[in-house]
Design a protein around this ligand. Sequence first.
Ligand SMILES: O=C(O)c1ccccc1NCC(=O)[C@H](O)[C@H](O)COP(=O)(O)O
Length: 209
Amino acid sequence: MSTRVKICGLTRPEDIDGAVQSGADALGLVFYEPSPRSVTVERAAELAKRVPAFVSVVGLFVNPTQQFVDRVLEQVPLDLLQFHGDEEAGFCAGFGRRWIKAIRVREAGQIEAAFDEFRNASGLLVDAWDPDRYGGTGKSFNWDLIPDHRPLPIVLAGGLSSDNVSAAVEQVKPWAVDVSGGVEQAKGIKDIQKISHFIKEVHRVCKTD
Ligand SMILES: O=C(O)c1ccccc1NCC(=O)[C@H](O)[C@H](O)COP(=O)(O)O
């Protein structure tokens, strides 16, 4: 089984094109103003237009209002919603779209509890815990905390780059990996060579499995 690759935090048309050409399976647009990778709804609509069929556009939110998500959905053709804050399962499910929940992992048992709480999600994104930030920290966490029994597909995130993604895929065997900072030249500005190298590493290790 080939691990899917999501590139998150895209803000520029040329980065969308480069990620698609490099073979990304999903592209993340951040709708969270405090993030340096945040895009406006208008910008997101322009970016999403460039994405061809069979590449997913994922909208990322942190504790949004229902009205805000509705407004985004009216203007941007999102395939999936990704919630990074303290949203409850009922809220996440309330938009008639597929969704994934992100959790910031810091202790044993947390992922098992999230499998239960967010059982209707299309996946569980596991990211590094940080006291001040909801994601995009560039930090990794202890992958041993990820259980082998997985009622939901696992999306592994947090501090991944072409240097460690092969080890991550070999150890964790996630459904997908998600990367932001590890494929950037500056916050919100992607480096296409890094994206290409990252995706090649994932495909290489999946082939040898
Ligand atoms: O990217 C952000 O700035 C961000 C801000 C707030 C919540 C989530 C955010 N990003 C979410 C992602 O999906 C990132 O790809 C994921 O956290 C991994 O980031 P990184 O460690 O930089 O690869």
